[in-house]
Design a protein. Sequence first.
Length: 309
Amino acid sequence: MTIEKRWVVNVPVATVWTSFDSAREIDQDAITNPADVKAWLSQLTYETGLELCDDNLVQSQVLFGQEVLVIDEKDDWVQVIVLDQPSSKDERGYPGWIPKPQLSLQSDWTLRQGLVAVVTNKKAVLQNQGNESLMELSYQTILPVTGEQDNSIEVKTPIGPCFLKKDDVLVFSSIESIPNGNGEMIVSEGKQFLGLPYLWGGMSSYGFDCSGFSYTMCKANGVIIPRDASDQAKTGEPVDLSMIQPGDLLFFAYEEGKGRIHHVGICCGDGKMIHSPNVGKAIEIISLEGTVYEKELCVARRYWHETGE
C-alpha cells in the first residue's frame, strides 16, 4: 500500500506570494521559519503595506496545518495550489508561491479522517508536552485531534504532537460536521475582529483583506466559499438588493456599480455592513447611506440558510 505524502503548512501563517521573487527585504520575518507575523506587520508602513497590493506581491495566506499541493520548485521556494481556497485562477484551488521551509512533507496527515479541533478564539497558544509555548495560532486553524486531557486537547501537527487549551477550541467529529451557521452568526463572528488592521492578502486573525474576511467568517460557519471577491460574487444564492439580510455578502464595483468588482462586505442589517476596508484602515461597521459604497453596491449573495442546517 502506497502512503500518500502531503505538504502541510508548519508556521502559524504562511503568506502566498505572487512569485518566488516577490518578497522584499522588509518581508524577511514573513518568509522564514520560525515566522514572526507580528514583527513583519509592525515594520510595514502605509507605503510598504500598499505595495503588497499595488505591486502585486501577495496573493493569499494559509494557516498552520493546512494542506497545499506543490506543483513546482525554484531555489528555496515552491509553487503551490491552496486546495481549500476555490479560485477561478485554477480549478484545483488558489495558486502562488510559499517558502519551502514553511512546509513539511507529511506521510500520515489525517485532517479529513476524524476528530478535528478548530481554533475559535482570535488566537491560541500551541504548547508542547512540557506546557511550553511553541507558537501563537490564528483563529480558524484546524488540526487533527489525537487525545484529551483535563484542560487541553492533544493535536497532531506538522511539528509533532502538541496541545491546545480547551477554552480556545471546539472539537468536531470531522471537518464535514462543522455546523452551518445562519446570517446572524456570520455577523457575530466578524464583530470580534472590529479594529483589526487591514492586510492585503490577509487570511488570519493577524489581519484580513476584504474577501479574506468574508471567506473566513463563512468558513467559521461551516461554508467554504471562493477566495476572491470577484469569484464570491458569482456563486452562492443571488439576493435582490432590496431583500438583503444580515450575513449576506455585499459586492461593490467601480463606475458606480457598473465596472469591475473591487470590494466585499458583510451585511449587518439596518443599512449597515461590517468589512475590512483597505490599507491603513481597520475592520469596522459603517452605514452605507451617503457613502461611495451606496453608489457602488451592485450584487448580493447568500451563503447561509435560515435553518442553520
